[in-house]
Design a protein around this ligand. Structure first.
Ligand SMILES: [Zn+2]
Length: 394
């Protein structure tokens, strides 16, 4: 299949306030070549071009998950599972998870930590069309302190030379970006606490500079308020989690937030589709504090991007819309949520060829039954998924 003209009740070209009613998108050889009203494109496009008519449906940019771990199984103990898995079996499981994400309408994922850089050959198989899956941006092994968060993935560093060597190794393995564990994390209870910084500010700056030498940006896992401050000062591209933790609770800092906005550092406030269970475990007081921080960041115009942390316990692959519903529960508008899932995520990931539907862009798009600007659940009713112009679902 090469050229196809897709028509639906509406086309959300992106950002989500840009809508064409009774619209069409023309796709040719992996690229969008025209976007307009159905009336004008139906007459201007040659009758020999195949038509895909989708009454009642919406065409929108493919969705982006900025935080996944294809190497983790979403079970209760992903660490043992990943540590003991046979490489061949692990690679097959990762391919299967990628396919589940694509079926959910996710056409781009950023993998923020794998084993043995196994996302790199999977990325190649998907690019060449031998495997079905979203476009992958791979971080490979996250940099972490000795005994620190996710050290079992192979990225432990102590000295400046270790940092330079690990970034060189990741770049040589084909990494698209560098991930750093700037604070502790819940998956690694033996390491630093979630609020504790794992690196000195100077080391974080070294990582950002060193990554830049290879043309790579840095994504920083940071739960602690101190770690968040250090990452913002160091100039990372995205802050993952951003939960403002301290030794005794949480402390939100509007000044750090202001600098984040000023420097266009995005926040990936990961939640899984099972966020209700997570909030129950947190308890009402901490859940309200978490909601309050997100509201304050939103009021300050922080660029939020979408991430599920798929692969960690309870974060299933393909439950992307469940994550978006968390933001609806905090009164984000549906247009804001769609932008988070598409244009804002593409921008933060440095992708200029996806996230909106316009001539010259990669044909990463989905067709869903219904209107996601009035009903988020419509995003679960996937009719078709195109990735780089290939019709991969239906
Ligand atoms: Zn993660």
């Amino acid at each position: 299949m090469n050229e196809v003209l897709i028509t639906a009740d509406r086309v959300i070209i992106g950002p989500a306030d840009q809508v064409i009613d009774d619209g069409s998108v023309l796709v040719d050889d992996g690229v969008i070549t025209a976007v307009g009203t159905a009336a004008e494109l139906d007459t201007s496009v040659d009758v020999s071009v195949s038509r895909l008519r989708c009454p009642g449906a919406t065409i929108l940019p493919g969705m982006i998950d900025c935080h996944v771990h294809l190497a983790f199984d979403a079970g209760p103990d992903p660490i043992s599972a990943v540590a003991h898995a046979d490489p061949g079996e692990l690679a097959a499981a990762m391919a299967d998870r990628a396919e589940q994400m694509l079926a959910a309408g996710v056409t781009t994922v950023r993998d923020l930590g794998d084993r043995d850089a196994l996302t790199v050959p999977l990325r190649a198989s998907i690019e060449s069309g031998t495997a079905a899956g979203p476009r992958i941006l791979a971080a490979t092994a996250p940099l972490t302190s000795r005994g620190g968060h996710c050290g079992f993935l192979g990225g432990e560093v102590t000295t400046d030379d270790d940092i330079r060597a690990q970034i060189a190794r990741n770049a040589a393995a084909g990494a698209d970006l560098i991930k750093v564990m700037a604070s502790g994390g819940s998956l690694t209870p033996s390491g630093p606490r979630m609020w504790e910084p794992q690196f000195a500010p100077r080391q974080l700056r070294l990582m950002v500079d060193e990554a830049a030498r290879y043309g790579l940006g840095v994504a920083a896992h940071a739960h602690g308020t101190d770690a968040i401050a250090h990452c913002v000062a160091a100039g990372v591209r995205t802050i993952e989690h951003c939960s403002w933790r301290t030794a005794d609770g949480t402390v939100y800092d509007p000044e750090i937030t202001r600098r984040m906005v000023e420097n266009d550092i995005a926040v990936c406030r990961c939640v899984s589709g099972d966020w209700r269970g997570f909030l129950d475990k947190l308890g009402p007081e901490r859940a309200e504090a978490m909601a309050g921080h997100i509201r304050k960041m939103r009021e300050a115009d922080v660029r939020f991007i979408a991430g599920t942390d798929a692969g960690v316990p309870g974060a299933r692959f393909g439950d992307y819309v469940g994550m978006l519903e968390f933001f609806a529960s905090l009164d984000f508008t549906l247009a804001e949520i769609l932008d988070m899932a598409t244009t804002n995520s593409a921008h933060a990931l440095g992708l200029t060829d996806t996230g909106v539907l316009a001539p010259g862009m990669r044909a990463d798009l989905i067709v869903i039954d219904g209107n996601p600007l009035t009903e988020l659940d419509a995003l679960r009713r996937i009719q078709h998924v195109f990735t780089a112009g290939r019709l991969v679902i239906k």
